[in-house]
Design a protein around this ligand. Structure first.
Ligand code: UDP
Ligand code: MG
Length: 312
């Protein structure tokens, strides 16, 4: 019998954990005639009752497995850890807050049985998300698709069903700071865009504050493009041209006695601040890449597991 694995990360999700388990398990129980299943919850260092609730669930239901991190390592690391432990033939990644309805799983499975290997959820609509979130998401996908060499589908999140084969490939990728939805697109295979309506969060607040969103965006852009580095060169050339123009202007003004550039203070200030800005931007960009290289060569693990339940 074929087996399904569900990977569900949780960070401060005490308000939804129980409901999430109930709704998800109802769906997979309904498929029991044809598929075995396991549900892997990853507690990403939540300090609330999330782990306690998961432990209780796992005690009563042996299909539930729990991985608990020693601290918060982030959503992408949590999913990455889950993928390492899956034993199923088809793997489903979803959020804990039920914004991605688990009732769609049977339908996605049909697509998998038809031979598609990555069935990714594409949001037709997004309920209950702020105008700011929608705007930043849009800006992000526009930027990344302009900068990177591969196409990352718009309006997709990490909600998807993937074949074992694809997960095996993802598991061999050694890179840190993974941007999973980019990688799933990058690896290729037979992909299918599954359109659905994204619901409102069941309860609680988003666990993606602006800072985490920026981190994800920068992981996405930096790991799929080196164009920002080249941009640095462009900025440099541009600033040099501007300073030459200013120089010509000052010489002309001197030669033709326009008498309008008295102490030259303004121009000096303009040039120095402008160059200063360009240099700082450049350093920041180069620094970002170096930080990544440093991260990779240190070989620190992407996450630390504190304990596991129902996993041998
Ligand atoms: N999450 C996590 N670690 C984090 C942040 C989020 O494991 O550091 C989980 C969170 O519990 C949820 C999923 O990632 O299951 C998506 O987060 P959320 O729903 O808050 O993001 P949004 O839907 O608002 O983008
Ligand atoms: Mg959510």
């Amino acid at each position: 019998m074929k087996k399904l694995s569900l990977v569900i990360p949780m960070y401060y999700e005490e308000e939804v954990a129980e409901d999430c388990y109930k709704r998800v398990s109802k769906v997979v129980e309904g498929l029991k005639e044809n598929y075995e299943y396991e549900i892997i919850f990853i507690n990403d260092g939540s300090q609330d009752r999330t782990l306690e609730i998961l432990e209780k669930i796992a005690k009563e239901d042996k299909n539930v497995k729990v991985i608990s991190f020693s601290r918060n390592f982030g959503h992408q690391a949590a999913v990455t850890a889950g993928l390492k432990f899956v034993t199923g033939d088809a793997i489903i990644i979803m959020d804990a807050d039920l914004q991605d309805p688990p009732e769609l799983i049977p339908d996605m499975l049909t697509k998998w049985e038809e031979g598609f290997e990555v069935i990714y959820g594409k949001r037709k609509s997004r309920e209950g998300e702020s105008a700011f979130k929608l705007f930043t998401a849009k800006a992000f996908y526009a930027t990344i698709n302009k900068l990177s060499d591969i196409e990352i589908p718009k309006n997709t999140g990490d909600f998807r069903l993937v074949d074992r084969k694809v997960v095996d490939v993802i598991n061999t990728l050694p890179e840190h700071n993974k941007f999973l939805r980019g990688l799933f697109s990058w690896v290729g295979f037979k992909q299918y865009a599954y359109e659905y309506e994204r619901k409102e969060r069941l309860a609680g607040k988003t666990k993606y504050p602006f800072k985490k969103m920026m981190k994800l965006a920068s992981d996405g852009i930096m790991s799929f493009s080196t164009k920002p580095l080249k941009l640095v060169g462009g900025l440099g050339i541009f600033s040099v041209i501007v300073s030459i123009l200013i120089l010509i202007y000052s010489i002309l003004s001197f030669a033709l006695k326009w008498n309008n550039l008295i102490p030259g203070w303004t121009s000096i200030m303009c040039v120095t601040t402008f160059l200063g800005g360009v240099i700082l931007i450049s350093l920041y960009m180069i620094g970002e890449y170096i930080a990544r290289i440093y991260d990779e060569v240190r070989h620190r693990p992407e996450y630390i597991i504190d304990k596991t339940i129902n996993i041998k």
